[in-house]
Design a protein around this ligand. Sequence first.
Ligand code: F0G
Length: 465
Amino acid sequence: MKVATHQLRCTECGARIAGSAVNSIFRCPICNGLYDVIYPWSTLPESDTPASDSKLPNASALRWLWQERRTSTLSVDQSGVWRFRDLLPIVDDLDNVVTLREGNTPLYDLPRASKALGLHWVLAKHQGMNPTGSFKDTGMTSALSVARERGFEWVACASTGNTSAAMAAYAARAGLRSIVFIPEGKIAWGKLSQSMDYGALTIQLKTDFDGCVNVLTDLVNRFPIMLLNSVNPYRLEGQKTPAFELVEQLEWQVPEHIIVPGGNLANGSALAKGFTEMHHLGLIPRIPKISIIQAEGANPLYLTLQENGGEQLVPVKANTRATAIRIGNPASWRKALRALRTTGGWCEQVSEQEIALAKAEIGSEGIGCEPASAVTLAGLKKLVAQGKIGPEERVVLILTGHTLKDSTFTIDYHRNELFTDEEQAQISPTDQLVHAALRKPPVVLEPDTDTVFRELESQMRLALA
Ligand code: F0G
């Protein structure tokens, strides 16, 4: 089936090119800007009731079609990304689609967090429930499908761990070879094990994420390897689909706020693109505010906004235990800035202590997530405290990674071994009590019933106190 009808448009100078004409670094040769994928209908004027011959897809027909596909046994229909393929026609032949049935992730409520914050409605869209345990799968299914269709034999990325895990899995499914560059010693073991398991050539460089990007850029310039970092606009076509799935799960109601973690800064703009397209097509009446939260130790966007109002990126030497977002020179910062500005969202930063606390709170609701995902709840607390989010407003946190991605962080936290003495000293007495109540370290006992009984009794007394 022939369905591809897209172009790439530079997000800086607006120059348009055919998808197949793009260079290996996915940057505009005129101004070095990044691209967005656009379709014939992207630029058509909005219309409430598109005429039957209009090129603008019809909103109610789309809603119906997407619902119908849920009961299909076809793999492209079972994918929570390709089910929405009418709004991402990026491959000519659907036989080229590489899917692990990604998407279809749950939307949970967080009743304890809502109560603590005085909000009626805090939800978590858990993108960690994807096949490789992170939101990256939604983008890898789309980009790998394009790579396969264009005849690439090799794909590569630089990664803090999740991109590499997802790319390796989808490349393996597609029968392509993959190379990952990861910063040595700065990625969670779960993620490192995945890229090896899925058969990638895993190269640990003695540098940080930003150093890995530099080497990768040189490599793709010299060899026919498709670059699969989030500068690749085909990834963002998949990453926009959780926006569709989310409002569908809410019966087409639009929450007021979406909160995402910020690392290389592509995901916020991908979701903004999804919401903007739905709005353009009349699927939703308005676009939610999208806010981006960074770790204090990896806060280039936050700093940029503080120091020069978003004029020029202030790169930083990144350092945070939320290793997924340990990025000091994010490629897509301009796209992220545009997403903040067009949706009216905010950029906040949160400390290591705030991240750990939020992660434990999400865990205690039976949900769990990796540290980088927990910045969303930590950031929400700040936005509520600043009066930017009111009690009646509906908030959706995008939890980007599964809790098992980084079990070392979780174990260190519960054993009270995460923070340095200096950091411990800075935690307020109130927060110390909250941490103490959340920590559930393993208890080591002799295998003797009386001893176990005594321990249980003392635990129960503590619980009642
Ligand atoms: N959350 C998790 C779990 C991530 O792995 C990442 C990025 C982000 C949030 C930030 O998303 O980059 O679009 O702002 N991880 C990349 C990687 C950089 O290599 O896995 P972003």
